[in-house]
Design a protein around this ligand. Structure first.
Ligand SMILES: C[S@@+](CC[C@H](N)C(=O)[O-])C[C@H]1O[C@@H](n2cnc3c(N)ncnc32)[C@H](O)[C@@H]1O
Length: 279
């Protein structure tokens, strides 16, 4: 590694893999802003906020490789080829990723391909969506007494099989953030209930966190599907489970909508639930 880790200039012919946070450009790191401003070529994911590119040079080349869930996309192999091709030309390449590149960001494949071509790569961390969304609604992700484990999981299931440790996620005193879970929410709900999670388990959905069209909903596991339908949630969204303001002696902020059809979710507590409810 070069001195760039300490914030030095970006050398030609190398790649910076930059986490750009959840969308709000104010959540970029200083290192990310500097690297974006120095880049000759920017290779940009779909969930990178528009405001991020204002830091790019006017003469920089922007290559969009956005992937939309279930829709057409630039293949990972093609993205790898672009990164290597541009760096071998001697360009300073900034690979812009939503959130943090190491969280469901396929950074590993890109780092391996770049290194295999003998090119240096530096990683710039970003604020992952779960952390940013939680901050927007003042929802702590761990609590000293009652939430000692917090998991980041993916609800995406390319082969249709959601292969997660359901017993662990459904156990008391656990909390989790599900990425890419809107399309598979019905299956996620079913698996959690089958593993013993109560229908009253607090759920908070944050769609488009930190963006102008942000939407936050407090509901329960039992009401999750109806809440998603009622608010027309399509994502990108984080689905939090096992977290509620009342467990932290906090009040729910005004920017959170409440959807309760079957359980009093406004006062639900993840840690007062006793026996699992019948599915
Ligand atoms: C391919 S993953 C990338 C995650 C990213 N690397 C990160 O650290 O946030 C895409 C998923 O991240 C979540 N996500 C990204 N940006 C979001 C935002 N602004 N609000 C809510 N969820 C977001 C959604 O679950 C979305 O489907």
């Amino acid at each position: 590694m070069t001195g760039s880790l300490a914030g030095g200039a970006m050398a030609p012919g190398r790649v910076l893999l930059i986490g750009c946070g959840p969308g709000d450009p104010d959540l970029l790191t200083v290192r990310a802003v500097r690297a974006i401003a120095e880049a000759d070529v920017l290779v940009v994911d779909r969930l990178v906020g528009d405001g991020v590119l204002v830091h790019a040079r006017a003469d920089a080349v922007v290559i969009s490789v956005g992937k939309k869930a279930g829709g057409p996309s630039t293949s990972q192999d093609e993205i790898n080829r672009i990164l290597v091709r541009e760096a071998l030309k001697g360009q300073r390449v900034a690979r812009l990723k939503g959130g943090d590149g190491f969280v469901f960001g396929r950074a590993a494949e890109e780092i391996a391909a770049i290194r295999a071509a003998g090119i240096e790569v530096e990683i710039v961390p970003g604020i992952t969506a779960a952390h940013a969304c939680a901050a927007r609604i003042a929802l702590p992700l761990t609590l000293r007494e009652s939430v000692r484990q917090f998991s980041l999981v993916t609800g995406a299931a390319a082969d249709g099989d959601l292969d997660l440790d359901w017993a662990s996620l459904a156990a008391p005193h656990q909390a989790f953030a599900i990425y890419m879970g809107v399309r598979t929410a019905r299956a996620l709900r079913h698996k959690l209930l089958a593993a013993g999670a109560p229908v009253s388990l607090p759920i908070v959905v944050v769609e488009n966190g930190t963006r102008a069209n942000e939407l936050a909903i407090s509901t329960t596991l039992g009401d999750l599907i109806d809440a998603i339908a009622a608010f027309g949630v399509t994502g990108p969204a984080i689905i939090f489970g096992g977290l509620h303001w009342s467990d932290a002696n906090l009040t729910m902020p005004d920017n959170v909508h409440v959807y309760c059809a079957s359980v009093d979710c406004a006062t639900a507590s993840a840690h007062e639930a006793s026996a699992p409810d019948v599915i």
